[in-house]
Design a protein around this ligand. Structure first.
Ligand code: FAD
Ligand code: NAP
Length: 325
């Protein structure tokens, strides 16, 4: 039976931004509810090694780190809901109303939007049809299936390079395909990539289509050279698309301002949207840094600003607290 939940702070999303907001909100006695969405723990649950989140001198595993954040948020009093928000009503100001896929209703004095980002696809023939039959967007999830086989990674950012490096645990024949002749990935990752004898690179190539063999699974990629226009084929058993992410903001179209890529607009240097009491934190609003630690920091800021909103206080540019109008 559908239930109505009341909370001082509804947090939509359970990545580093959502859990960090929850930790601060719970410790401020706001009795927050986190609605976890389709991917409890967020993007870090689909990676392995995390070596840049502060506090751990040794490499930690992404899923473990997110379990710890969740446990910490619960320990201080957060309620976790296995639900997906399907609509929000922000029109009449606080309290706001949101509806979950479960049919449950959430009435919230403040909302923190921490819905993050999702993998982008190339949108070329064969990509979706061969999903699960050779085409994937997650090497850590599916790399195991290509043990001893030939694989390719498409993209030139940190994700693509990490995916290629990770795949060398399973395959001795990994090809990184990039549309330019220069990677966007951090230098340290590039160094590791170029040092690996198991990885080769194909520069200035785009994937025109993914094609299946007689068994119905991926057999090769058709590539186009961006300089000469020539086409070629690359035989592979698995192809991993790693070309970035799109913010999960469909829910907020027409309700909150966003940029042309869909990232939510906030007042610069703050998590405040144009609607008082509605905050945005993490990858859903940040197209520049997109890191776990920055998302966590923004989650903290959103919870603190939510607390101030509820206390009817506002913080001016110089950091002085004033009674809000
Ligand atoms: P996300 O982690 O994207 O979480 C979004 C959450 O929102 C999810 O829980 C989802 O279920 C939920 N959600 C979405 N829509 C709804 C809805 N309608 N209702 C309810 N919930 C919803 N960063 C690092 O700092 N170090 C790394 O080593 C690193 N490695 C990475 C490896 C990979 C493969 C990838 C893809 C990213 C990596 N990043 C890394 C980036 C990092 O994961 C992100 O910056 C970070 O997870 C963003 O956190 P977030 O909380 O904003 O959103
Ligand atoms: P990204 O940095 O946006 O890189 C996307 C890559 O895909 C770019 O090289 C881009 O090419 C290419 N690309 C985009 N669209 C394409 C298309 N249609 N066809 C072919 N190639 C295309 O995305 P990301 O690598 O997923 O990283 C996202 C964020 O997460 C970044 O901020 C990153 O730093 C972070 N992250 C961090 C770590 C870490 O710290 N260890 C690990 C993973 C991710 P161009 O270069 O030509 O634009």
């Amino acid at each position: 039976m559908a239930t109505t939940h009341h909370t001082k702070m509804l947090i939509i999303g359970s990545g580093p931004a959502g859990y960090s907001a929850a930790i601060y909100a719970a410790r401020a006695m706001l009795e927050p509810i986190v609605v976890q969405g389709l991917q409890p723990g967020g993007q870090l649950t689909i990676t392995t090694d995390v070596e840049n989140y502060p506090g751990y001198r040794e490499v930690v595993q992404g899923p473990w780190l997110m379990e710890e954040m969740k446990a910490q948020a619960e320990h201080v009093g957060t309620r976790m809901m296995y639900d997906i928000i399907t609509s929000v009503d922000l029109d009449n100001g606080s309290p706001f109303r949101a509806i979950g896929d479960s049919g449950d209703e959430y009435i919230a004095d403040t909302i923190v939007i921490a819905t993050g980002a999702q993998a982008k696809w190339l949108g070329v023939p064969g990509e979706q049809e061969l999903g699960g039959k050779g085409v994937s967007a997650c090497a850590t999830c599916d790399g195991f299936f290509y043990r001893g086989k030939k694989v390719a990674v498409i993209g030139g950012g940190n994700t693509a390079v990490e995916e290629a490096l990770y795949l060398t645990n399973h395959s001795d024949d990994v090809t990184l395909i990039h549309r330019r002749d220069e990677l966007r990935a951090e230098k340290i990752l590039q160094d590791r990539l170029f040092k690996s004898p198991k990885i080769s690179t194909l520069w200035n190539k785009t994937v025109e289509r993914f094609e299946a063999g007689e068994n119905g699974a991926l057999s090769h990629l058709v590539l186009t050279d961006t300089q000469t226009g020539e086409t070629s084929t690359l035989e592979v058993d698995g192809a991993f698309v790693a070309i970035g992410h799109a913010p999960a903001t469909e829910l907020f179209k027409g309700k909150l301002a966003m940029d042309e890529s869909g990232y939510l607009d906030v007042e610069p240097g703050t998590p405040k949207t144009a609607i008082p009491g509605v905050f945005a934190a993490g990858d859903v609003t940040d197209h520049v840094y997109r890191q776990a630690v920055t998302a966590a920091g923004m989650g903290c800021m959103a919870a603190l600003d939510g607390e101030r909103f509820l206390a009817n206080l506002d913080i001016d540019q110089d950091g002085h607290a004033e009674a809000a109008e």
